[in-house]
Design a binder for this molecule. Sequence first.
Ligand code: ATP
Ligand code: MG
Length: 273
Amino acid sequence: MLKIEGINVFYGRIHALRDVSMQVTPGQVVSLVGANGAGKSTLMMALAGALKAKSGAITYDGRPLATEAHKVVGQGISLVPERRRLYANLTVRENLLMGAHLRKDAKEIEADMERMKELFPIIRERIKQYAGTLSGGEQQMVAIARGLMSRPKILLMDEPSLGLAPLIIQQVFEIIGELKSQGMTILLAEQNAFQALEISDYAYVLETGRITLSGAGQELLEDPRVQEAYLGVKAKAIEAIEATEATEATETTEATETTEAIETTEATEATGQ
Ligand SMILES: Nc1ncnc2c1ncn2[C@@H]1O[C@H](COP(=O)(O)OP(=O)(O)OP(=O)(O)O)[C@@H](O)[C@H]1O
Ligand SMILES: [Mg+2]
């Protein structure tokens, strides 16, 4: 169990995480949803040892989590960073090997490389290609695979759907589902709240550095506050009402004619003719 208790993180005077507490249960997909600047990446980086919390505690299976990045990886936690962060001038294979740099089991590393090619067919096709020449979606697959190459117990994924086309986003979420079914524990930061909540066992809503809501993924999907703020349900409801009105108006010719007559009168009045 990964436990975060009351952490505070600052960038100079900016208080980016305020008393954040949450936990990630083994075998679950837990998501962290929130708008731009809410603090999702800050939390991910604090976990990954790239940022230091000023106060609070992070423990993993009861022991304090390391505060240096490579030690965190050694403890079984791997970050797939926002915007992929691949080495553009290294090949796909070399990028994947970077993910395994703490491991010494050469044979097992090659076996995992094969597993990555199974999980992501595009990796097999592009294995010798420079990562910088891949499309955004392909790069995301490589970034996820690189994260997996350290054989993590927990995979931290920071906005894996960022900047990708809907079809590719679908593929990314399918991969997350596949990893979950293999028993991987995942902490997923996403602005794409609908898809993240759909796939999550548990979720936290982060707003300007604070956790404001938490609950089962399904529960949050149905929560009116989440729907209004993150799922665009209000906008969709208005669209639905407008569509119904439009249908009703064209259903009877009489009604249409009446509406047109009113509109013509209004238009005439408005232009003063
Ligand atoms: N290096 C930095 N220096 C100063 N402030 C920063 C730095 N990085 C982030 N911040 C600020 O900290 C807050 C949280 O940013 P963070 O990147 O964690 O948000 P986020 O939820 O990941 O947003 P996004 O969805 O846009 O990635 C924001 O107000 C941001 O401006
Ligand atoms: Mg971010």
